[in-house]
Design a protein around this ligand. Structure first.
Ligand SMILES: NC(=O)c1ccc[n+]([C@@H]2O[C@H](COP(=O)([O-])OP(=O)(O)OC[C@H]3O[C@@H](n4cnc5c(N)ncnc54)[C@H](O)[C@@H]3O)[C@@H](O)[C@H]2O)c1
Length: 251
């Protein structure tokens, strides 16, 4: 795919050590964009590091927990050491399955802290790192921010946080529009990643059956639309959500 991205600039990718974030980071590196990969302090960064060295493009490792506003700001501002920050993709996220009458305050907070607060803290820091020069941010929400998933254990905190990410992206997109920072979200359907790999095979088979296209997505099928939204092909797109769900939310 040809994407119109600026070369030699930096993209901050949270949750970039694996899954959708890693696929996004690999695609960016392959297009000559430097990557500042922010993930858990104990994450395994070897896949993004090896992609960077095989493409010969610089990569910075930013170790932080997205729930920690101060730490996120500190590490994201260091990304400018390898170049100007122009792009950001916020993928760090977790799930949390439990019937609502059993969800403790701590469990609710665990999910919302990562999936909503963490995205906000990252956007705040990335906007600051862009230093008034403009840029483009894509937040990974979920179709679960639009619909309630059928046939899986309830995960109301996750859905509420993802609905929050969709609205957060709209709000920031409007707030920062006049200064040239676009903010959009992508809402994936079911995707093959470590997050879904632990599901029983019949659960993933149900996901595939429920999807009009009859299958789950591969990570690159999420990464490519993300790169489109980041690039100049989407220059007039801000404050919107793009569903990449194989038609799931249409029926
Ligand atoms: N896989 C799917 O079917 C699916 C569907 C819709 C949306 N999503 C969303 O896509 C995003 C990526 O999911 P994935 O499937 O690639 O998951 P994944 O578990 O493979 O990757 C998530 C990454 O986020 C990082 N992370 C988690 N908590 C963190 C924290 N507190 N601080 C820093 N980093 C943290 C993890 O270390 C990991 O590298 C998530 O936001 C998820 O909700 C996934």
């Amino acid at each position: 795919m040809t994407v119109a991205l600026e070369q030699g600039v930096v993209a901050v990718v949270t949750g970039g050590a694996r899954g959708i974030g890693l696929a996004v980071a690999q695609r960016l590196l392959g297009n000559g964009v430097k990557v500042a990969c922010l993930d858990r302090p104990d994450a395994d960064y070897s896949a993004v590091q090896s992609a960077a060295s095989s493409y010969g493009v610089e990569c910075a490792i930013l170790r932080a927990d997205v729930r920690d506003q101060t730490a996120v700001r500190q590490v994201v501002l260091t990304a400018t050491e390898i170049g100007p920050v122009r792009y950001a993709v916020n993928c760090a996220g977790i799930d949390g399955l439990a019937p609502s009458d059993q969800v403790t305050g701590a469990e609710w907070k665990r999910v919302v802290d990562v999936d909503l607060d963490g995205v906000f803290f990252a956007c705040q820091a990335e906007h600051e790192a862009m230093r008034g020069a403009g840029g483009s941010i894509v937040n990974i929400a979920s179709m679960s921010g639009h619909i309630v998933n059928r046939g899986v254990d309830p995960h109301v905190a996750y859905g509420a946080a993802k609905a929050g990410v969709i609205h957060l992206s709209k709000g920031l997109g409007v707030e920062w529009a006049r200064e040239g920072v676009r903010v959009n979200s992508v809402s994936p359907g079911y995707v093959h990643t470590e997050l879904t790999a632990h599901n029983a095979p019949e659960v993933n088979a149900t996901f595939a059956r429920q999807t009009p296209m009859g299958r789950m997505a591969q990570v690159d099928e999420i990464a490519d639309p993300v790169l489109f939204l980041l690039g100049t092909g989407a220059a007039f797109i801000t404050a919107t959500d793009l569903r990449v769900d194989g038609g799931f939310t249409a029926w």
